[in-house]
Design a protein around this ligand. Structure first.
Ligand code: HEM
Length: 541
């Protein structure tokens, strides 16, 4: 504030100085004349202060346009160049003042031009690349604009940890029209940015993904993996390559269905619809409103969303009918059932039920399958790491199958999982919104500010001894939680974290032991699968 006043005063002085010198000789002579009159007439005034006040009053009266017709005075005297100069000075004055209102590093606002450029960069480079670009140039705490709204990009661990931990950052941000188009606006859980509604949804997910659900998911997932490995031909291309990512997605979808919905479905068709839904999510999340004025631009995304939503609605409809006809309900009370009951009680709308089921069904095929796929690729690329893992598995388990109490003894496997998630993350950005004014690491943050937590970059900046390499050494020493948060944390952290870790640990050994590893052992196949992957996964939550 002090700075603002200082600059305002300073610039006002300069501006009026220029006016007087180059623009208004008549006004100057008037001022001079008046000053002379004042000094003669007021010889009796002895105190300096009184003289100053009087002089000031006279000057102001002289410049008062109510007294002098300013349009008569200015055009005669003002050279043509003065108007553009004045406009330029005013422009610079505004920019200067705006810049000073924020102490957070970042590009300049420049009367909105800077804001347009920064949003343009997000659209042009993609969200992840744009965030890394800004963090690289301006530091780990940067202010930019998305749709004209102030947006912070943070990759400093202390600030990231602070945001995750506190309850007034539990909301997310994204284009309202984009979220409406994909059905996530104030709906479901993942991008529900209405804190009251989100709070009502979250317990359904927490309940389904913890306790008995957690144990069951791991065993169902192992079973499903075995089943799918027995019918590998379904995911084998004409050239004999196995689409490993597709295989993982099918396993995850099957597991999610057997746990949360339990209605037979066409795996292949739904996996494809889920991928198209991700494309839409990725493409529309930060689009400016103008994009939604041109229907042919977003039509294909709208279709993809409609496709998956339609398929889910049909499955939920079948579930309702099934619930209506069963005699004993006990064994049918799963995630979808709980939601349908809540709707029957009037607690949830049908739209909410459908979106929650849709999000639960896509969460694992979206994240777990891609994470496991990355792990296989990393093993294929690092044979020494593979040797270490195999040696540990043999020592701990011998010939028998893996059991859940083996986990604490599989330290190399655990380090490998963490290092894969650090080095090649499936989610590298987390979107949040400030629900009240605050100060983060000394920077003032206004209510309503958008926040992007750049955890992908954070994991390569602090603490780790070999941040840019894939190396198990990075997890040899125990890592304090603030430096490594692949699932986020706090009240809005990943609700599937424990299930995800359980499944990854089980499947990592299961898959490694069986045929899948061989499928990704040639470079061509790795590249082929990576292409599928990079095109199809939204890297932000
Ligand atoms: C490797 C696997 C996974 C990773 C890396 C991951 C990562 C994340 C991250 C970073 C967030 C945002 C957290 C935040 O804002 O602080 C998130 C949210 C979420 N995740 Fe996961 N996730 C994984 C697996 C799963 C699974 C298996 C499920 C469910 C079956 C799941 C369900 C969710 C949901 C529902 C949210 C939104 C929570 C909310 O907004 O309240 N995730 N996940």
């Amino acid at each position: 504030m002090k700075f603002n006043l200082f600059y305002f005063g300073y610039k006002f002085g300069t501006l009026s100085g220029i006016n007087v010198i180059i623009g208004q000789p008549r006004a100057i002579s008037k001022i001079k004349g008046l000053s002379a009159k004042v000094s003669k007439r007021n010889l009796n005034f002895n105190t300096k202060k009184t003289k100053e006040i009087l002089l000031e009053k006279m000057i102001l009266e002289t410049l008062n346009p109510m007294h002098y017709n300013i349009t008569n005075v200015v055009p005669e005297a003002m050279p043509a160049a003065t108007v553009p100069i004045l406009l330029l000075m005013g422009f610079l004055f505004l920019i200067w003042n705006y810049e000073e209102t924020s102490s957070i590093p970042g590009p300049c606002y420049c009367m909105g031009i800077g804001a347009l450029i920064s949003h343009g960069r997000f659209l042009w480079m993609g969200v992840g690349n744009a965030c890394n670009y800004y963090n690289k140039i301006y530091g780990e705490f940067v202010r930019v604009w998305i749709s004209g709204e102030e947006t912070l990009i943070i990759s400093k661990s202390s600030s990231v940890f602070y945001v995750m931990k506190h309850g007034h950052y539990v909301s997310r941000f994204g284009s309202k029209l984009g979220l409406q188009c994909i059905g996530m606006y104030e709906n479901g859980i993942i991008f529900n940015n209405n804190p009251t509604l989100w709070k009502e949804m979250r317990p359904f997910f927490t309940k389904a993904l913890s306790g008995p659900g957690l144990v069951r998911m791991i065993s169902i997932c192992v079973e499903s993996t075995t089943d799918h490995l027995d019918k590998l031909e379904e995911v084998t291309t004409e050239l004999g390559n196995i689409n490993v990512l597709n295989l993982m997605r099918r396993i995850m979808l099957d597991t999610s269905n057997k746990l949360f919905l339990r209605i037979p479905l066409d795996e292949n068709a739904i996996v494809l619809k889920i991928q198209n839904y991700f494309d839409a999510w990725q493409a529309l999340l930060l689009k400016p409103d103008i994009f939604f004025k041109i229907s042919w631009l977003y039509k294909k995304y709208e279709e993809s969303v409609k496709d998956l939503k339609g398929a889910m609605e049909l499955l939920i409809q079948q579930k309702r009918q099934k619930l209506f006809t069963v005699e004993k309900l006990d064994e049918h009370v799963d995630f979808a059932t709980q939601l349908i009951f809540a709707q029957n009680r009037g607690d949830l709308t049908a739209e909410n039920v459908n979106q929650c089921v849709l999000e639960m069904m896509i969460a694992a095929p979206d994240t777990l399958s891609v994470t496991l796929f990355f792990m296989l690729v990393l093993i294929a690329e690092h044979p020494k790491v593979e040797e270490e893992i195999m040696k540990e598995i043999e020592t701990v388990m011998g010939d028998r199958d893996v059991q859940s109490d083996d986990m604490p003894n599989l330290k190399v496997v655990e380090n490998f999982i963490y290092e894969s998630m650090r080095y090649q993350p499936v989610v590298d950005l987390i979107m949040r919104k400030a629900l009240q004014d605050d100060v983060i690491d000394g920077y003032p943050v206004k209510k309503g500010t958008n926040i992007i937590l750049n955890i992908g970059r954070m994991h390569k900046l602090e603490f780790f001894p070999k941040p840019d390499e894939f190396s198990l050494e990075n997890f040899e020493k125990s890592v304090p939680s603030r430096y490594f948060q692949p699932f986020g944390f706090g009240p809005r952290g990943c609700v599937g974290k424990f299930i995800a870790m359980g499944v990854i640990k089980e499947l990592e050994e299961e898959i490694e032991d069986k045929k899948v590893l061989g499928c990704v052992s040639t470079e061509d196949r790795v590249a082929e699968n990576q292409n599928v992957l990079y095109d199809g996964h939204p890297k932000h939550m």
